[in-house]
Design a protein around this ligand. Structure first.
Ligand SMILES: [Zn+2]
Length: 339
């Protein structure tokens, strides 16, 4: 066992170096911790209380089932009280006000909040994999490209502990959608795609959809669709929007690199620069409607829309966000009544 000195306030931590994932070190600063008391829930207590999640089940990649309340990661008392709990208090207050509340929150805070949950799930999956008794179906820890992506993502995420400014970039694409209450039956929903870092959580009428490691590229690419979706949407429309984000994340072909500037005496924050390398490759792999159709099929599972219907016109997969003339469509009921 090596002795770990507490990190000073502007020193970044890298648990990916040597894959130091354990319940015995704080996820944010690496300080030794003692489970179970030095832990935080991946989904905050206020969230679990408000949406009655504690005993609800979640399936991990190795197909094991855990309850939301058992999803916890190591966190030292200092990081918990000074960084995580204040963030959760702020987001709880925002959630009280629904969609409008989330739209008032600055981008960095939203990124940190979504990122903390995503990272908690990721660490849980990695720990399950590193358990010698587990037989993972999709090994994350052995995929070099994935690890590079996770490692990149963890740098801006450290703004949760280290005062940090992102120099002229935003690490993620985050969309805030509003569910039309008329046929909305799900007060809470959550899903993720670890390999592409897609993440979505629904709290009441607010649905947050994100790709957490794209430097805002998907948000830029989907600017028009997002503008058109800035209105109450039927859940089947929200699912379509999610399919677009998740598929875009899937064909995203670049991983940002992040560079913390050297800290000088007197500095009060770390400035993070970013660079997207590989200027020779295209940012996105080609969009293929057949593959996008699969993404729609998955997201529309609840409505049981067959793939043949989704891809009836292979050049224009089924959409509920737009009408036949390509105009934003108001959808009150599903299935649509003939008009
Ligand atoms: Zn800590």
């Amino acid at each position: 066992m090596s002795e770990i000195q507490p990190l000073d306030d502007l020193t970044l931590y890298d648990p990916f170096e040597g894959m130091r994932f354990t319940m015995h070190r704080c996820f944010l600063c690496g300080t030794p911790t003692a489970p179970p008391q030095d832990t935080i829930p991946v989904f905050a207590d206020w969230l679990m209380t408000r949406y009655n999640l504690r005993e609800r089940q979640i399936k991990l990649l190795d197909m094991s089932i855990v309850q939301y309340q058992d999803l916890r990661i190591a966190c030292c008392p200092r990081c918990r009280t000074q960084h995580v709990e204040p963030l959760e208090a702020r987001m709880e207050a925002a959630a009280e006000k629904g969609v409008a509340g989330f739209r008032e929150v600055d981008e960095q805070t939203l990124f940190l909040w979504l990122g903390k949950m995503f990272y908690g799930i990721l660490v849980t999956e990695l720990l399950t994999e590193l358990d010698p008794l587990a037989r993972p179906q999709y090994p994350l820890a052995e995929n070099a490209l994935l690890l590079r992506r996770f490692q990149a993502f963890f740098q801006p995420l450290q703004a949760l502990r280290v005062p940090m400014e992102y120099d002229d970039f935003t690490p993620a694409s985050i969309f805030i959608l509003e569910a039309d209450p008329r046929e909305d039956t799900m007060p809470f929903e959550y899903d993720d795609d670890l390999s592409t870092m897609g993440f979505s959580i629904k709290l009441g009428n607010a649905v947050l959809v994100a790709c957490l490691v794209d430097n805002g590229i998907i948000q830029q690419a989907m600017r028009r669709v997002y503008q058109d979706a800035y209105r109450p949407l039927h859940p089947v429309q929200i699912a379509e929007f999610k399919a677009r984000v998740y598929y875009a994340a899937y064909i995203l072909n670049v991983i940002p690199d992040y560079y913390p500037r050297a800290v000088r005496p007197g500095d009060t924050e770390v400035v993070l620069d970013t660079l997207i390398d590989d200027v020779t490759t295209s940012i996105f792999n080609p969009w293929e409607n057949s593959a996008y159709g699969q993404s729609l099929l998955e997201m529309w599972k609840r409505w049981q829309i067959p793939l043949e219907e989704i891809l009836r016109n292979p050049a224009e997969p089924l959409t509920f966000l737009y009408d036949a003339d390509g105009q934003p469509q108001v959808l009150e009921h599903f299935p649509q009544k003939a008009g």
